[in-house]
Design a protein around this ligand. Sequence first.
Ligand code: IMP
Length: 193
Amino acid sequence: MKRKLVFATNNHHKLNEISHIEGLNVEIVCLKDIGFNEDIPEDFDTLEENALQKARYVHEKTGLDCFADDTGLEIDALDGRPGVFSARYAGEPANSEENIKKVLFELSGKTSRAARFRTVIALIIDGQELIFEGLVEGELLTEKHGADGFGYDPIFMPTGYSESFAEMDLVMKNKISHRARAMRQLINYLLGD
Ligand code: IMP
């Protein structure tokens, strides 16, 4: 039987992405699956601290092995913004359309459009805390392309590809995405590599 691990999220995009990753040797359950309905704090201003805070919170409340992720879009010409503030860059409530508009506005006239998605995963397992990271480098387009995906996907084109994340099918996004790469590190650890 596969080992159960709680993924401290209810984001169906992330769960859908993870269910497309091949070779998983654990059964990933989300917060809803275990009846966990509390809001989880994210009080810090680094991805690492937030991921750890979320994983610790769920672990302390449930006693279960779990992992949490935090992701940011880091834009060179904006000194790494929106980074840890990616979800609510244009303010509350979180709104991807408005976030994209704000980023495109701030980038207008800039020569560099280089950016990366960075995911940090904090895993708490068998009493240990571990951190994994995944990156994908790319550039920001000047307008939205494609309708799939979520967040900043329509304006992010990974290096070496000619379509945005929102134009790619999930199998392809999952080969190269920040989250898939961080997940791969996590899975390799779980496999004992
Ligand atoms: P989170 O920490 O994973 O919730 O990510 C924070 C924010 O980064 C999200 O609300 C999205 O705006 C953005 N983001 C995270 N992952 C992705 C992705 O795969 N594509 C596009 N945007 C993403």
